[in-house]
Design a protein around this ligand. Structure first.
Ligand SMILES: Nc1nc2c(c(=O)[nH]1)N[C@H]1C(S)=C(S)[C@@H](COP(=O)(O)O)O[C@H]1N2
Ligand SMILES: [Mo]
Length: 335
């Protein structure tokens, strides 16, 4: 297989440890029959609490193993190492530089937590911390994440379809859009207290989807990555993952999901409407005003061979599942 040769020839051991162990573990599980349809993988975190932090970087935050149904097939693309996924982040509430969310979020309290589901529906409800992990069966999705800044990663998430949660609320006929809001807590989120650190954003961070986008089975509410609960910098305890849209749609640390009747205002669209549209579907044909979107830097880890330039695909390669949602729409107008 391509991977094996690539590993042997190009990558040093430290570059590949995380994802190699993850893969080997999965192969073993497959052989043992654990990954059959419906099987639950319990307490078999890929590599437990691996010590990928050292020295000052040791977090106070502790992740715990999740029980989930493993993905049935692997995408065929090299996973981004867990270390990279958890140290190269966009989460402006903890600073606008890539290293800051990891460095400034480790005191963040995610339990207790409340996620309110409300708006145009017959059965509004609120989930507390434990519900996030118990109310819905957790499954794994290995998705590509394409940031609007033209870099990308491949990440194994654990979570459940947003559709499963929305259905429990019984949306009514006026529910045309879904609005998401991140926690607003300047005492815990230094980027909300300091305009410069927070990149000049108006908080709380807000995102939105059309109801059919929200109901698409690819749209994930994630509570974990690499088999463990999310660390704060990746949006603990619960965040959205919309793999065919630019990363800024995948809002983190969500406290509110609201069904509404008209198009919502969203953070990046409000800040710079010419640059960031409401739809934000990954589109190599539609450039950002300040850079091309035709290619991306695929980041797999640290080190010399851990990033490469690849072509960006329409809808980030998920066109088969989602292109029909935009039939007849001018994707240059609705970027
Ligand atoms: N609340 C909030 N959510 C956010 C962001 C943010 O700054 N604040 N950044 C977004 C952007 S631009 C990207 S690319 C992804 C990054 O997710 P990751 O750090 O888990 O890879 O989170 C998105 N969700
Ligand atoms: Mo992004």
């Amino acid at each position: 297989m391509l991977f094996k040769n690539f590993f042997k020839s190009a990558l040093s051991e430290s570059d590949v440890t995380d994802e190699n162990i993850y893969r080997q573990r999965r192969e073993l599980l497959t052989k043992m029959g654990y990954l059959g349809a419906g099987a639950l993988v319990s307490g078999l975190s890929p590599y437990g609490h691996a010590n990928w932090f050292s020295g000052d970087k040791k977090p106070n935050f502790v992740t715990s193993d999740l029980t989930y149904k493993a993905a049935e097939n692997i995408s065929g693309q090299l996973l981004t190492s867990e270390e990279k996924v958890t140290t190269h982040n966009n989460f402006y509430e903890f600073g606008s530089q890539k290293h800051q969310p990891f460095e400034l979020s480790q005191q963040f309290k995610v339990n207790p937590w409340q996620l309110k589901v409300s708006g145009e529906c017959d059965k509004p409800f609120t989930l507390d911390y434990d519900d996030l992990f118990k109310r819905f069966e957790l499954e794994e999705r290995i998705y590509r994440l394409r940031c609007v800044e033209a870099w990308s990663m491949v990440i194994p998430w654990q979570g459940f379809s947003l559709a499963n949660l929305l259905k429990q609320a019984s949306p009514n006929s006026k529910a045309k859009y879904v609005v998401f809001e991140t926690l607003h807590d300047p005492e815990q989120m230094p980027g909300q207290a300091n305009r410069r650190l927070g990149g000049g954003i108006q908080y709380p961070y807000t995102e939105g989807l059309r109801i059919d986008e929200a109901m698409n089975s690819l749209t994930l509410l994630s509570v974990g990555l690499y088999g463990k609960t999310l660390p704060p910098q990746n949006g603990a305890p619960i965040r959205l993952v919309v793999p065919w849209k630019y990363g800024f749609k995948s809002i983190k640390s969500i406290v509110s999901i609201k069904l509404v009747s008209s198009p919502p205002q969203t953070t990046w669209n409000q800040l710079a409407p010419q640059e960031y549209g409401f739809y934000a579907n990954v589109n190599p044909m539609h450039d950002h005003p300040r850079w091309s979107q035709a290619t991306e830097r695929r980041i797999t880890g640290n080190g010399l061979f851990a990033a490469s330039r690849i072509n960006t695909l329409p809808f980030n390669g998920y066109g088969e599942q989602v292109a029909h949602l935009y039939k007849g729409m001018d994707l240059h107008k609705y970027y």
